[in-house]
Design a protein around this ligand. Sequence first.
Ligand SMILES: [Zn+2]
Length: 495
Amino acid sequence: MSAKKFYITTAIPSTSSRPHIGNYYDHVCADAIARYKRMQGYDVDFCTGTDEHGEKIESYAKKAGVAPKAYVDGLADVIRKGCDVLRISYDRFIRTTDDYHETAVQKIFTKLYNQGDIYLGTYEGYYCTPCEEHLTQTQLDDGKCPLCGREVHILKEDGYFLRLSKYQEWIENLFAENPDFLLPKSRMNEMMNSIIKSGVLDICISRTSVKWGIPVREAPDHVIWIWIDALSNYITALGYNTEENSDDYRKYWPADLHVIGKDIARFHAIYWPIMLHALGEPIPKQILAHPWVLFGESKMSKTTGNVIYAEDLAQEIGVDAVRYYLLATTPYAQDGSITQKQVYELYNADLANTLGNLVNRTLAMCNKYFGGVKPAPGSIEAVDADLFAVRDETVKLFNAKMDAYLLQEAMSAVRELAKRANKYIDETTPWAIAKDETLKQTRLTTVINHLLSVIDTLADLYTPAMPETAEKIKAQLGADKVTEKPEPLFARLTV
Ligand SMILES: [Zn+2]
């Protein structure tokens, strides 16, 4: 029997500027889920990429004095390298300037236009350039953009509109019938109350004021709004083009999970399903809209200097520690926080003192007392049975949390097991048992056996978050003998 498929995507970051560490939470989160699903035997297809069109990029390129394509080439390269540094195990990397994508988006537009889901009208209202968002008077927050808080400007132009209003009832039903469509549920309620209940409005999906985008074939002075362009990546990456769709598309679509930031939930949970439904295609099964990672308590921003770059931090403390920090500290619904001090403290507590120390102590004892060979267990006492019971419970808990995409809680479950194993060493006092030759053969064997077994489980459970560390632990445990001179997994950092 063939494995069950799992198609997972990240949002595609904009090639407007270098992403900070918070922008990569999306990738790390999706990557941990992808790796977990692969371990569970799924046939995973993991798609990421870059969003490369629009007014913002056009103006940044102009400022930099280069052509837009040259500008996005540079940043697409930076982002792809960032993904590779962070060991994001993507199967596809799509750029929205790729030919096949541009052609497919034009065909999507034509199809929707020909069937009356897109019509030509006049747009008059407000526009936020950084967000590339049309806004109505009522949407403004104190005269400013409700999404980013910046100045908006007045805009009047002919434009093509997507007839979202036609699907009002359909989207209401979708939300009513699929209470887990958008996670966390609080965001689903937010969408329902703030947008759907008040009536979904047709949106303008073309621009004549922008040149850097995919032209409408029917009217080339219009370019297609970046959200239609960007959202389509999830299907064009698989080979969808409205006509002859690829085997990969038929195999992997619909997406099992779109991982996105909370700020773009509306585009993914309302506009995107309507677009797909209008195209006659199935809609994604689930959307996970995660919170932001703040710098301390404020938004990360280059202008204020409140910014950390993932690649730089990885140089300092290792890639796995960066991934672990993001996963272990970012809550499911509330924003997470990162500062250098917080990173160092968590690193020392969880990685150096708990996991690293456990592995190091255990391997040293296995070498010292049993020549590096994992001993068969001797007599079993309550404390040993308890350790294994905790381990088995942790595996179950971990799987349940990962299945529900509660990544922070999954990390905390594994950390508790590592702590329990360290406590087991204190409870059993192997160094004291070792002094008695008989006990060494009946009791110490059990203790070392149990510790090595639990470490092996920890390596499995840490694989989605820290793939390289998990491999290192497995290598140190060895096939027949543990390594003679274990390298510390995490050297302590001076805070
Ligand atoms: Zn804005």
